[in-house]
Design a protein around this ligand. Structure first.
Ligand SMILES: Nc1ncnc2c1ncn2[C@@H]1O[C@H](COP(=O)(O)OP(=O)(O)OP(=O)(O)O)[C@@H](O)[C@H]1O
Ligand SMILES: [Mg+2]
Length: 251
């Protein structure tokens, strides 16, 4: 006899975190510019906070530099290594680099948990970047070590364990992801200090990500900035109203 059943272990659509909005996209799409301005605008209506969920480059790099004693040294070493260690086409990172990457991934998970709690407390959170478990590489905000490129028992265990951290992070789905799309020439014109091939890699990877089935709004980041801002504001406002943040209105 057949019995109807619901396999609760295989929940393919975990709940999203209400009030958490992430802005993702390749370098130069305008994530930092947009998230800062969104928060300024949204704060007139709701309690809103901006958070950074990237890692080494940009704001993350500055944080590393501020670590006591080893900060400046570590930031330089990672910056020098990052070209090689972050690109998945390169060979396995050294054990010391893999351990540091693992540490950064743990910090990212802790940071995400704090952000999740902040959103659950009723604050509208706009995050610059978001971790994903689909493509390896810190370049793409995925696992840094990369199970695909490591050899040996210890490194394989470490890489697999780091991937599980990202799979846990992927279960925490934002209410909305805004993906900024761009072409490589425009991205390069806005980030001339980056390598052209690196930007192309990031653009190619970015469009493939599903963020564990999250709702994704695609915006053309080549459009005039005011247009991008207006579209993002519109959709976030409707999301915020729908998730009943009216009680958080500032008068
Ligand atoms: N729609 C736009 N039109 C023209 N210029 C833009 C637009 N959006 C952003 N910019 C400009 O592009 C540059 C890069 O923007 P920004 O630093 O915000 O990108 P990002 O996505 O945060 O990059 P990264 O990933 O490296 O942190 C800035 O000088 C910004 O003023
Ligand atoms: Mg930025």
């Amino acid at each position: 006899m057949l019995i109807d059943s619901l396999n609760e272990k295989n929940d393919s659509s975990p709940a999203y975190v209400a009030g958490l909005v992430a802005v993702v996209g390749c370098d130069g799409t305008g994530k930092s510019t947009l998230t800062a301005e969104l928060v300024k605008n949204l704060r007139t209506r709701w309690v809103t906070e901006r958070r950074y969920l990237g890692l080494i480059s940009g704001e993350g790099g500055d944080k590393i530099k501020r670590l006591p004693l080893i900060g400046v040294w570590l930031e330089r070493r990672l910056a020098a290594k990052s070209e090689k260690t972050q690109r998945m086409s390169s060979k396995s990172p050294a054990l010391w680099a893999a351990l540091i990457m693992y540490g950064f991934s743990l910090l990212r998970l802790a940071n995400l948990r704090k952000i999740q709690r902040l959103a659950q407390s009723g604050v509208l959170v706009i995050s610059d970047r978001y971790p994903q478990a689909e493509i390896s590489g810190f370049y793409f905000d995925g696992p840094g070590i990369g199970v695909e490129r490591v050899k040996g028992w210890l490194m394989t265990r470490l890489a697999a364990s780091e991937r599980r951290l990202y799979q846990r992070m992927a279960l925490c789905r934002p209410e909305l992801i805004i993906r900024l799309d761009i072409d490589v020439d425009t991205a390069f014109s806005r980030k001339p200090d980056h390598r052209y091939e690196e930007l192309q890699d990031k653009i190619d990877a970015m469009v493939k990500l599903h963020y564990n089935g999250s709702r994704i709004l695609e915006l053309d980041a080549r459009a005039p900035y005011s247009e991008v801002l207006e579209k993002a504001l519109d959709v976030i406002s409707s999301v915020a109203v729908a998730s009943q943040r009216r009680d958080k209105v500032i008068v």
